[in-house]
Design a protein around this ligand. Structure first.
Ligand code: SF4
Ligand code: SF4
Length: 367
């Protein structure tokens, strides 16, 4: 028997994937049980086993309930790395997205031409920006020059929401910082890492370390909570001392003089799992929203996954929809007309499910 699990089942009560599916096999306990058999060479890595290991958001919610403090998501992730040579054949959607993220920096023109050709067959649920964020923005000096800040845009800001990157530039400029936007930066590698594709994740991290390593900066800020998580926790970023310069947006803004746009709507906050369960960051955004004087109502006191989870929503769209449905109910109960978040994955998921006008990134609230 696996010593890291006594099969108590406490983790089941909070696992969004288990709650949406009801299947023991894809619950945290079920996964650990099967991984134990796999590690002892008693289980062949069949397509069902691969599906079991893929059907996890790696949100870490289960770990806070585990009395043995079992690093459940780490065990699942390590198993994914072993399975990656098989996995990449099983899930074509995440395979294509991963390939794009791994290589767009070199072959953007080719990818865009390919997309233009195929967009009627594979329509995206969102619009691509006419020009990527990283195509033209470089350096924004400030007369006050309190410190040097580099922006890590992340792929969603780069391709879908360059306006959010511009909002971040405007905010940091108003606060008096020099802003650097290294043009060679690329995907943070989170998608590759979570899929188990360590080679691609390492390659992308190497490129980002080169892009950010040669400039003199005090902080790195990203508009995306998931990029924040990857830059903060992935070993190559830590070894290159990039991680120690990365600061989470709401924490950075806590003591700053801010002006907010007026809003005549009741709002609520959506906790990105990467902030809430991986970094215990949940108070900061709420403090900011209350400081702004908005009518705020809590819709998820302990946080609640939206079902996006990077590759999860690509590979398990029906489960992702069910997880989202539960989150939507909690939002609707509050009567909130606007949901605010700071993760680009959550933003896409919430906009797709609630409507574009009902969801905003926190950066859209600053005057
Ligand atoms: S990490 Fe999240 S999705 Fe995965 S088993 Fe734990 S609670 Fe479930
Ligand atoms: S809470 Fe921990 S010990 Fe209990 S079933 Fe889940 S993983 Fe096993």
């Amino acid at each position: 028997m696996d010593k890291s699990c006594i099969k108590c089942g406490r983790c089941l009560a909070v696992c969004p994937v288990y709650k949406a599916s009801g299947y023991e096999r894809i619950s945290p306990r079920g996964k650990l049980n099967l991984i134990d058999f796999y590690q002892k060479h008693l289980l062949f890595p069949s397509s069902t086993f691969q599906e079991t290991i893929s059907a996890c958001i790696l949100c870490k919610r289960c770990e806070e309930k585990c009395i043995l403090h079992t690093p459940i998501s780490k065990i699942i992730h390590q198993t994914r790395e072993k399975l990656w040579p098989l996995q990449k054949k099983q899930y074509y959607r995440s395979w294509v997205v991963n390939k794009f993220l791994a290589s767009y920096q070199k072959n953007l023109g080719l990818w865009l031409r390919l997309y233009t050709l195929c967009k009627h067959v594979f329509p995206l649920p969102f619009d691509l920006a006419s020009s990527p964020f990283l195509s033209s923005r470089r350096f924004y000096p400030s007369k006050k020059a309190k410190a040097n800040i580099a922006i890590f845009s992340g792929c969603v800001t780069n391709f879908l929401y360059p306006n959010l990157g511009d909002k971040l530039i405007k905010l940091l400029s108003k606060l008096g910082y020099n802003i650097f936007i290294p043009p060679q930066q690329t995907c943070c590698g989170l998608m590759a890492y979570t899929l188990g594709d360590k080679e691609t994740a390492l390659d992308l991290a190497k490129k980002n370390v080169e892009a950010f390593g040669h400039i003199s900066i005090d902080f790195i800020i990203t508009p995306c909570a998931s990029c924040y998580h990857q830059l903060k926790t992935f070993l190559p970023y830590q070894e290159a001392k990039i991680s120690e310069k990365v600061i989470e947006l709401s924490q950075f803004l806590q003591e700053k003089p801010l002006s907010f746009l007026p809003l005549n709507k009741k709002i609520t906050w959506h906790d990105p799992c990467h902030l809430r369960y991986h970094h215990n960051i949940w108070q900061g955004p709420r403090i900011l929203l209350k400081k702004a004087g908005y009518e705020f109502e809590e819709s998820s006191p302990e946080g609640m996954c939206c079902g996006q989870g990077g590759s999860f929503a690509l590979n398990f769209p029906e489960l992702a929809k069910q997880i989202f449905r539960r989150r939507k109910e909690t939002i609707e109960k509050t009567g909130a007309e606007l949901v605010i978040t700071s993760c680009m994955g959550c933003l896409i998921q919430l906009k797709a499910g609630l409507g574009k006008q009902q969801v905003k990134h926190i950066l859209e609230l600053f005057a």
